[in-house]
Design a protein around this ligand. Structure first.
Ligand code: TXA
Ligand code: MG
Length: 317
């Protein structure tokens, strides 16, 4: 199903057997829990999805639902283990795309849905991406056009102490702070998880969004970026860059949009990573380390994973 973030691979969230088929189609590790999608806030109580609804969940839902925010709460007994992957919590989201809402309403049940990509490849933002990854393994795709946001939802947990962002997305830290005040950002959002450390969100421990080419992030000024890429352009190099860089670059350029336009960069990111994957000749991709302000945090989080946390700090060379 299309959503405003990325396409999701959906099944009846209350049916463990149906949910197990999602894991099979995607090749998803069984210990990575799924998000349960609803079409109206009242369905949380109607289907008794959680033990109780915290006040902070109501505040967030009032402000950001329908929209790209997923809220984790203590789960009730109706959530199959396949959905929660053995955790005592459940992630819930009310998507903004009218086709997703219509599908959930027609199904008359909440829908569990991870991103509709093969595990490890960039999330799909068009119906074509879904077919490329899962054609032959799934029954159908509803084509709802290109996803507006382009990166997955912001995930926040309200299940323990101070609200904590586990994955940044279209709803920003700054927007959530304006509603809740005190909000933490999990260490694993911007840094590599230490060896042996437990992931608050199992999805964060996997190397995600890994294109076939080697992605390297450069921490530098705009001029230094162009200089560095042009000087290192021998071996099948490409630039994942911004519109303003294109006239100056001597290598294949894949632009995410204008330098200051983080929503545009989020919108284009996965499509550009897939286009880079389609070009067999590219071995190395240079991108700059984005700012982590606003929606930039979501771009930063996906890019640093695509790069396997490889950053070259040109200021220190
Ligand atoms: O925008 C989105 O969120 C898309 C669309 C389809 O809604 N869905 C999506 O699902 O991105 P998925 O499965 O690709 O990512 C869900 C993330 C994973 O990192 C997973 O580990 C985490 O949310 N998650 C799900 N339930 C959780 C829970 N109970 N506790 C901690 N993390 C959880
Ligand atoms: Mg995913």
């Amino acid at each position: 199903m299309p959503t405003e973030t990325v396409y999701g691979l959906a099944a009846d969230a209350l049916n463990g057997k149906a949910v197990a088929k999602i894991f099979k189609a995607k090749g998803r590790p069984a210990d990575n829990p799924l998000i349960v999608h609803i079409s109206d806030f009242s369905e949380i109580e109607k289907y008794r999805l959680v033990r109780e609804i915290p006040v902070s969940a109501r505040l967030l839902a009032d402000k950001f639902w329908p929209g790209p925010l997923t809220i984790i709460m203590k789960k009730s007994g109706v959530i199959p283990d396949e959905v929660s992957a053995g955790l005592d919590t459940v992630a819930i989201r009310l998507p903004g795309h009218p086709a997703a809402q219509a599908l959930i309403k027609a199904a008359q049940t909440p829908l569990a849905a991870p991103s509709a990509n093969l595990s490890g490849s960039p999330s799909p933002t068009t119906a074509g991406h879904v077919i490329n990854d899962l054609g032959g393994k799934i029954d159908a795709v509803i084509d709802g056009g290109a996803c507006r946001v382009g990166v997955e939802s912001t995930v926040i947990t309200l299940a323990a102490g101070t609200p904590r962002i586990l994955r940044p997305g279209g709803v920003t830290l700054e927007q959530i702070q304006a509603v809740l005040g005190d909000v933490d950002v999990d260490d694993a959002v911007l840094h590599k998880l230490k060896d042996g450390a437990a992931a608050a969100s199992p999805g964060m421990k996997y190397k995600h969004y890994a294109p076939k080419a080697n992605v390297i992030l450069l921490k530098c000024s705009d001029d230094e970026y162009i200089d560095y890429v042009n000087k290192n352009s021998e071996n099948e190099v490409a630039a994942l860059c911004c519109d303003e860089d294109i006239p100056f670059l001597k290598v294949k350029a894949f632009s995410l949009g204008r330098r200051s336009d983080y929503p545009a960069q989020a919108h284009r990111l996965f499509d550009e990573l897939r286009r880079i994957d389609d070009d067999e000749s590219i071995c190395t991709v240079y991108s700059r380390l984005p700012s982590s302000a606003g929606v930039g945090m979501a771009v930063y989080n996906r890019l640093i994973r695509a790069a396997g946390f490889e950053v070259i700090d040109l200021e220190k060379i």
